[in-house]
Design a protein around this ligand. Structure first.
Ligand code: T4K
Length: 388
């Protein structure tokens, strides 16, 4: 049993879990089958269910999102430089580097925090082979412009859609844009398989290539056709995913309501900005980021982070530092200080507040009150979780 809610700290997220008894049944099925991995029955069912849910032509499951992204770069035979965003989790940049490619950082847009298509063309050289944008926090990139640039310069596009499960743009599934999209099914994502990930793509020729890459390059008992690795999803992950898939729409609805509550309660704080829904986009409410302009608010992002901690509320500074600021990438020319002004500003002022389906509305109210209190208005002291 989970600890009583009133004793629990409030984390930035909590995983969506399947019904325990249903999962035990699935575990029994797996045990009875004697197949624990390597394209078993659960995985086959899961990939089919995913394809239907995501409305995409091809989907392939992996043991995690990072390896899936690495293999996506490999499958497209990328060479040289890949233009990407600095405002992301390090896994995005690592997937490029593990392929022996050079990440080239492009600045982001102030409203969505996604790569700014207007700044991509200036970074294209004879060595550029691809663009790797991220749909940060589930907000879609300007995919039509990115597609045009890619076509004009004959570049591949791989979307890091780690946060964008279930998102649609004008009725078109997010996983159908670009050459390949990667979804993360890590425990911290609204849809999860404990650890896990998937690639979606339209080109049937990629299916075999990706399959070999994730399965040691093995084509048959006697043929190894490429330098593959082991990136397979196992049967217990797939079974978990099948059950979580049944609950994901309800989870997104709950997150939508909580997002509405946050936006309503935080709307009149000078210098504090929430993101808003984009017209024509079906959102998934993966995260709830806020931006604080310290000069207008009179308090900083770090002040909110520290104040919430006193109440056992653990918000997160996603994404600080920028991928371009970490030791392994900061010497790159495109990472130079001052060269990514929007990203450098956003990383100092962003904070993700707790958001997950089971988060009670009174806790959202209390978190908002604590933030409001920083602007001078008094609030009652006490632990957030105890007082709702
Ligand atoms: N691309 C992007 C844009 C990504 O954001 C990510 C992953 C990837 C690629 C790579 O995908 P994967 O290879 O992971 O599939 C977390 C996740 O580990 C990571 O998957 C995610 N992005 C990133 C944004 O967040 P941390 O270091 O913040 O995780 P952690 O362990 O501090 O978890 C955050 C909070 O969540 C905890 O304070 C408590 C709660 N939590 C966490 C776990 C793991 C739970 O309540 N239960 C849990 O099981 O990186």
């Amino acid at each position: 049993m989970r600890k009583k809610d009133s004793d629990c700290p409030i984390y930035v997220t909590r995983p969506l879990l399947p019904d325990r008894k249903e999962y035990y049944k699935k575990v029994n099925e797996v045990f009875d089958s004697g197949f624990l991995t390597n394209q078993g029955a659960q995985l086959q069912q899961f990939e089919k269910a995913l394809r239907e849910f995501l409305h995409v032509t091809h989907v392939m499951a992996f043991c995690n999102g990072t390896l899936a992204l690495q293999l996506a770069c490999k499958a497209l035979d990328l060479k040289g430089e890949v233009i990407t965003t600095p405002f992301t989790f390090p896994a995005t940049t690592h997937a490029i580097s593990w392929n022996g490619l050079t990440p080239v950082f492009c600045d982001i847009e102030p409203d969505t925090f996604n790569i700014n298509p207007d700044k991509i063309e200036a970074l294209i050289t004879d060595n550029t082979s691809a663009i790797l944008p991220v749909h940060v926090f589930g907000n879609p990139c300007r995919v039509y412009e990115i597609n045009q640039i890619a076509k004009k310069h004959n570049l591949k596009v791989i979307y890091d859609a780690a946060h964008a499960f279930g998102v649609e743009i004008n009725g078109q599934p997010i996983g159908s844009f670009g050459d390949i999209s990667m979804f993360s099914f890590h425990a911290t994502k609204s849809f999860n398989t404990l650890e896990g990930g998937a690639l979606t793509f339209n080109d049937a020729a990629l299916a075999d290539k990706l399959f070999y890459l994730k399965n040691f390059g093995i084509k048959s008992e006697t043929e190894v056709v490429s330098i593959g690795t082991n990136a397979k999803m196992n049967e217990l992950q797939a079974a978990f995913g099948l059950l979580v898939l049944d609950k994901i729409n309800e989870e997104i609805q709950k997150r939508k309501e909580l997002t509405k509550q946050y936006r309503e309660r935080l709307k009149n704080i000078p210098g504090l900005r929430c993101l808003h829904d984009i017209e024509g986009v079906k959102h998934n409410y993966q995260y709830f980021p806020i931006i604080i302009d310290e000069t207008k608010a009179g308090f900083s992002r770090n002040d909110i982070y520290e104040e919430l901690k006193k109440y056992k509320v653990y918000s997160r500074k996603y994404f600080y530092p920028l991928a371009s600021q970490v030791t392994c990438y900061r010497e790159l020319t495109s990472a130079s200080k001052g060269g990514l002004p929007v990203a450098e500003r956003i990383t100092q002022s962003i904070l993700c507040l707790p958001l997950y389906g089971e988060l009670p509305i009174p806790v959202v109210a209390r978190i908002a009150e604590i933030i409001i209190s920083l602007s001078g208005r008094p609030i009652l002291k006490g632990r957030v979780s105890k007082d709702y």
